[in-house]
Design a protein around this ligand. Structure first.
Ligand SMILES: [Zn+2]
Length: 210
């Protein structure tokens, strides 16, 4: 499947996530984030993710369709269906395409209608590759990603961020177990851990793995 297609659909799917995935807020607001909470936020966030968004915010129906696209993608991960669900079918029925001379499909319409229509083939691609669609195991993240590892065992959306956080948490637990009863940890150890974590956060990728 074309990488760009999947990258785009994952961007829309990952507009709802935990605080660890909030890349554009250095303060990492607590709780779940919903970047389709309003039309303005939808346009701002998707644009900040490098997507070519229309000049105006989506209207009510378009925003509802963006949420529907996200819900369909999330549902494919949660309970992989074998055929498109009813909400998926209704999206398929809504959007129209014409055939270009090179055989590709060109969305009919403009603005958000065209933007959302461009994302629908990505949903079909997710359905086709549902056995590799995963949710990041960092409960504070929750991003969807495509597991392209040979043995299909990838757990994190990104090894450099969620993966290294998990490793660091394991390291801290182990160290606590070792040092308990043996006095304080060596001076400088905590500072080293903090530095490592900051470096890991700084390397957060802007594009979800696909
Ligand atoms: Zn993650």
């Amino acid at each position: 499947m074309p990488i760009s297609e999947v990258t785009a659909i994952l961007e829309i799917s990952n507009t709802r996530h935990g605080p660890a995935a909030d890349l554009d807020e250095p303060s990492r607001r607590a709780g779940q984030h919903d970047h389709l909470s309003s039309a303005e936020e939808a346009r701002r966030y998707l644009g900040s993710r490098g997507m070519l968004v229309p000049e105006h915010p989506p209207d009510e129906e378009e925003l509802a369709h963006l949420r529907q696209v996200r819900d369909v993608a999330q549902a494919i991960e949660a309970e992989p269906p074998h055929v498109p669900s009813a909400p998926f079918e209704s999206l398929l029925a809504h959007y129209a395409y014409r055939l270009s001379t090179d055989g590709s499909l060109i969305p009919v319409g403009s603005g958000w209608e065209r933007f959302i229509a461009s994302a629908i083939p990505g949903l079909l691609a997710l359905l086709a590759t549902r056995d590799r669609l995963r949710r990041c195991e960092n409960a504070e993240c929750g991003w969807l990603f495509i597991d392209r590892s040979r043995n299909r065992s990838r757990q994190w959306c990104d090894m450099g961020t969620c993966g290294s956080r998990a490793k660091m948490a394991r390291y801290r637990r182990r160290r606590r177990a070792i040092t308990s009863g043996h006095g304080d940890p060596e001076p400088g150890q905590d500072a080293a851990v903090e530095t490592f974590e900051r470096a890991a956060q700084g390397s957060m990728r802007r594009i979800p793995a696909s």
